[in-house]
Write a protein that binds this ligand. Structure first.
Ligand SMILES: [Zn+2]
Ligand SMILES: [Zn+2]
Length: 157
């Protein structure tokens, strides 16, 4: 596949994905909306070690969550652009902000989640599954992505 490369706004951080992601969520939850100041976030779930940082410095900031589990956003230390998140501080899995890729249209959502707080004017495509809150991962993720996730986090997590 063609190289999936991206970076921050100031250009200090550049990264390359070693493979495509496991799955891409478009999240319409109110936390995401507030954190980015926009209608939704496109998160590409990928093994952290498949993100190769080519240049720049990245540091985590911890954001508050409803669940109480830590949410670390990893940002360029020079310009503050968020590049990916680590939900629950699992470290091995990252939620890459898909529109930090040079080709912002490269990774399209496989599912829309938390549509209960979707902004009223956002119209979702009819051919992509959408959920009030979340979905049954076993039913929705392709088998090879489930296998990658299990290899990373262990069975049933
Ligand atoms: Zn930067
Ligand atoms: Zn969200």
């Amino acid at each position: 596949m063609s190289a999936l490369e991206g970076g921050c706004a100031c250009g200090a951080v550049r990264y390359r994905l070693k493979s495509g992601p496991m799955f891409v969520n478009c999240c319409h939850c109110s936390d995401c909306q507030r954190q980015v100041g926009s209608a939704f976030v496109i998160n590409a779930m990928i093994e952290t070690d498949r993100i190769e940082v080519l240049s720049g410095e990245i540091a985590p900031t911890t954001l508050p969550t409803d669940s109480g589990r830590p949410h670390d956003v990893h940002r360029c230390t020079a310009c503050g652009t968020t590049l990916w998140s680590d939900y629950g501080r699992r470290r091995v899995m990252s939620f890459l902000r898909a529109t930090t890729l040079d080709d912002r249209d490269a990774l399209r959502p496989d599912a829309h989640i938390f549509t209960r707080s979707k902004l009223s004017w956002v119209v979702l495509p009819p051919d992509v599954p959408a959920f009030d809150i979340y979905y049954d991962m076993q039913a929705l993720w392709p088998p090879e992505s489930l296998a990658r996730r299990e290899a990373l986090l262990g069975p049933g997590r």
